[in-house]
Write a protein of this length. Sequence first.
Length: 288
Amino acid sequence: MQQLICYKELPIWQHDTIPQGFQRAHNTKAGTWAKLRVLKGELIFAFVDEAGEVLSTQVFNVDQQPPFIEPQLWHKIVSASPDVECQLKFYCTPQDYFSKKYQLTATHSEVLAATPYLHGGRALDVGCGQGRNSLYLSQHGFEVDAWDVNENSLKTLRQIIQTEQINNIQVQQRDLNADPSISGRYNFICCTVVMMFLQAQTVKPLIKQMQQATAPGGYNLIVCAMDTSDIPAQPDFPFTFKEGELSALYEGWNIVKYNEDVGELHRVDEQGNRIKQHFATLLAHKVA
């Protein structure tokens, strides 16, 4: 089994306190494993299909414990002995830990995709929000500087850092429109779905600062909305890239990945569907 981390532990249940929802057919969410531990007595457990039809039943007790329940596997507690005591814990992979435990947006998919190229060092998360990427990078050997203009978002990140006793993330409130300068040297600088919220005149100086602050052998990752003829940019975005514009700014770098694919914003349209937009996605390697 892959490495799993417990992110939530429920109170100990007794016969009369087992929630009704767990006695009906249900399944765990995607990316969530469940582990029920019997502390006393016994219970009858059933694996079922989506329609609630029983596929198999097993009796579990202190000596015969339930297995890990795989994500989205349907099951239920059929019955329990009068003296039963049991406790349920939820597990996830390390990359999902902070999003599961603190209800953060998941680590950006392009940060995950860049991970095989990264080997620790110093990282800068430009526009970190509540820290979804910063926290992930802190798990992978980076000393992280996390910047954002929104103090409420940074407050959430600081609380997580304190709760988890993380010592390799430094949080700073920064208004990049007022000052896009970057001092120091970084092995990885990421800026995902941030630049379209900056003033247009800020973006190119910021990218130049990112490039200059990247150590030789380091990487830049940028994901930003575009304005294209087939899908115009959202009217409230102060900045968007034109076709080929972002890749042209990285002339002389090794372009590991570049595309202008259609993706989805978190915002939705009047029908509740997520709004589509072209995104410029670039992972570039500073070779010298």
